[in-house]
Design a protein. Structure first.
Length: 186
């Protein structure tokens, strides 16, 4: 009679318990570890049908990228799972993607006033509102409105155009100059 350590005996006793657990339940427990947190946020296992794993993805681009990675994922999943028959394929689809009911993602509400390009809605009163229905009169009215709104705005230090305070605080220049800077710095 050989003497085995208690840890060895406990490990042997846990193997049948792991095998009794349904394969899909085990897969759900290790999914994030196996694929990584970024992929797990965009791909969710749906079922194991025979030896094929079906996975829902958040977009067609994720489905295509994961399809290219499926052999690597199969190797990793089969190594982590103790299955009677290993997984042979993974099918990715956007068809059944939806947020889980217990973890809905809340859409962040952004107030208009917090946007850097926001200019207050102070009513600008223009006395001579054109009554004519032609393009020139409409353009003149628009130009006067823009001039009146931008009269008290600070100037961009680069192009000297009026710009909202928020843009200067955020980028140090107006949004157009900032976009030019960002496009020139890859």
């Amino acid at each position: 009679m050989s003497l085995n350590s208690i840890n060895h005996i406990l490990d042997i006793l846990q193997i049948p318990a792991k095998l009794q657990e349904q394969p899909f339940q085990r897969l759900l427990k290790i999914w994030s570890e196996a694929v990584g947190t970024v992929v797990a946020a965009h791909a969710r296992p749906l079922s194991i049908q025979g030896d094929v794993l079906r996975v829902a993805t958040s977009s067609a681009a994720w489905a295509q990228n994961l399809t290219f990675e499926r052999q690597r994922l199969l190797l990793k999943l089969n190594a982590l799972l103790i299955l009677p028959t290993p997984l042979v394929d993974i099918r990715f689809s956007t068809a059944q993607w939806r947020l889980p009911k217990d973890n809905p993602q809340k859409e962040e509400t952004v107030l208009l006033q917090s946007h850097p390009s926001y200019v207050s809605d102070r009513p600008t009163v223009l006395i001579d509102v054109p009554m004519e229905k032609n393009a020139n009169a409409a353009f003149e009215y628009w130009a006067k409105t823009v001039q009146a709104r931008s009269r008290n705005l600070p100037l961009c230090p680069q192009c000297e155009s009026p710009c909202p305070d928020g843009e200067l605080r955020r980028w140090g220049v107006c949004s157009l100059c900032a976009a030019k800077q960002f496009s020139n710095n890859p």
